[in-house]
Every structure is written in structure tokens, then in C-alpha cells.
Design a protein around this ligand. Structure first.
Ligand code: SAH
Length: 264
């Protein structure tokens, strides 16, 4: 899979590509990433990429022309490297888009990739968006100063789903939101020491009894999801992912799901 990123700040991506568990995805080429400096496609001595908005008002707007030149260069490069590839979608990071979620990340992680555009200033000239953008993706209902953090968030989430990236293959299966499992939140985790500041690790986790541990984790997951994201419990129920034991357990939780589930 290959992602091309159009950005004015390619250097923001370097630490992310060379650190942590995801480094493997980029080093092995499981996720190919190519950064394109938009300024290289701008004309004139000053290589201008923005201008004042028609109609007045604060801020600057990204020019359509350099964006289109850069996009065409990417399309050409992709076609040269892989002549059989179908054109991949153009994604713009923007507060207008659907907020990124697990289902979206899974879709991208199984795709051929995409061309990602990181906006800056007040955003892009609308005519470029209308002519070329296929999907708009938001990171949430707040405003970033640029699309780079949103692009890194998407790439990070996609990279960790690639086979062989996480040390433990099954690890992401247990993560929150995984619909293949149930879409619930992950349970809490504990590590050494057994007692920290007078608080002991739940005894069941020390028992070595795998079935009991699995049951306890399932119940913790139900407790946390009921407490913090009851909408996900409803979703799991509708998708038929809650067993009779799950339903029995849930019906014994407090009305708001606030009862702590002790280790036994
Ligand atoms: N004037 C715009 C904000 C521009 S912020 C507005 O009010 O909607 C500059 C750039 O940051 C945007 O073009 C976009 O690429 C990026 N950005 C800002 N908020 C974002 C968000 N919530 N999700 C994804 N990208 C965002």
C-alpha cells in the first residue's frame, strides 16, 4: 500500500517514521510513504502557495494551481511505478469530513493507499476541492493548524494494523473498537510490581487460570464500556456480539454501569 502526502511541512513526519513500533511498517515497505513538498510545485522566486481570500477576511488560502501540479506529479509517479493500479482516492483532512474511526482505519488499512492532502492557513481554494478531492476526513470537532497531525494519526493507525508490525500478532485483535471482536473498549492492564502504593493487582490475573482471566477481562471490558461508551454496548448488542453471560453480567451492573467489577 502506498500513501502520498502533500504538505508544506514534510519534516514533521520524520520522527514519526523513525520511532516506535510503526517504524517497521515503513522500513519494510508494508506501508510505503512518499512526502511531497507543495512548495516545489509553486511558481516564481517566492514559490508562493497561498494568497489572500477574495471577499476579504483574515488568513490566507492555499492556491489551487500548485496543488493541482503536485497532484498530477503524484498520479504520474504512481502510474510509472505501478501501471496497473487504479487511481487511488484523494483525501483532504478537514473539519468538514467524517471523524476518523476504527471502521475507516480498517478500510484504509486494506486499501491500495491514497493521496493525502494536509491543509494549512484557512484551507484550500474551494475550486481545487470540488475538482479533485474524493473524501474529506476529520480528526474530530476541533480545529488544528494543519492537516499533518491528522495525516500522521491516520498513517499510525493504519500501520499498526499491518501484519507483523505489532510484536504480538493478536495484540490489536484485543484493542478497543475492534468490530471483528465486539467493538467494545479494551479492559484495564496491570504490570509489575504486584503491589503499588498499597494497591494490589486483581488476584485473578495472578492465578494462571486462563479461562478465569479471560472471563474477568471480558467483564472489565463490559464495565468500562458501559460506563464510558454505553453507545458501544448498544452497537455490540445490535450486532449480536453479546452472549447470554454478557447480558446477565450487564443486567447486574448498576443502572449507570458504575459498579466496579472486583477481581472475583
Ligand atoms: N478555516 C478552517 C480551518 C483551517 S485549519 C475551518 O474553520 O474549518 C488549517 C488546516 O488544518 C485545514 O485545511 C485542515 O487540513 C487541517 N485541519 C484543521 N482541523 C482539522 C480537523 N479537525 N481534522 C482534520 N484536519 C484539520
Amino acid at each position: 500500500m502506498r500513501f502520498d502526502v502533500i504538505t508544506l511541512f514534510p519534516e514533521l513526519f520524520a520522527p514519526f517514521l523513525s520511532s516506535g513500533i510503526n517504524r517497521r511498517a515503513f522500513e519494510t515497505g508494508a506501508v510505503e510513504l512518499k512526502l511531497w513538498q507543495l512548495r516545489d510545485y509553486a511558481d516564481g522566486t517566492y514559490r508562493r502557495v497561498d494568497d489572500r481570500p477574495f471577499g476579504g477576511g483574515p488568513g490566507m488560502v492555499m492556491l489551487a494551481e500548485p496543488l493541482e501540479k503536485c497532484l498530477l506529479a503524484i498520479r504520474q509517479d504512481r502510474a510509472l511505478k505501478n501501471p496497473l493500479e487504479q487511481p487511488v482516492p484523494v483525501v483532504l483532512f478537514s473539519p468538514i469530513g467524517q471523524p476518523l474511526n476504527h471502521a475507516g482505519v480498517e478500510e484504509w488499512s486494506q486499501s491500495e493507499g491514497a493521496i493525502l492532502i494536509c491543509g494549512r492557513y484557512e484551507g484550500l481554494d474551494q475550486r481545487f476541492i470540488d475538482a479533485h478531492v474524493d473524501v474529506q476526513v476529520s480528526l474530530g470537532d476541533f480545529v488544528l493548524s494543519g492537516g499533518e497531525i491528522a495525516a500522521i494519526a491516520l498513517l499510525d493507525a493504519v500501520a499498526r494494523l499491518q501484519p507483523g508490525v505489532l510484536n504480538d500478532e493478536g495484540s490489536h485483535q484485543m484493542d478497543s473498537f475492534n468490530p471483528a471482536l465486539d467493538g467494545l473498549l479494551d479492559c484495564g492492564h496491570f504490570t509489575r510490581p504486584e503491589v503499588w502504593k498499597g494497591v494490589t493487582v486483581p488476584t485473578v490475573l495472578m492465578s494462571g487460570h486462563h479461562a478465569d482471566i479471560a472471563k474477568w477481562r471480558r467483564q472489565q471490558s463490559l464495565v468500562l464500556t458501559q460506563k464510558y461508551r454505553p453507545d458501544l454496548i448498544l452497537g455490540a448488542r445490535l450486532a449480536g456480539k453479546l452472549s447470554t453471560q454478557d447480558e446477565n453480567f450487564l443486567s447486574h451492573l448498576g443502572a449507570a454501569g458504575l459498579v466496579e467489577n472486583k477481581s472475583d
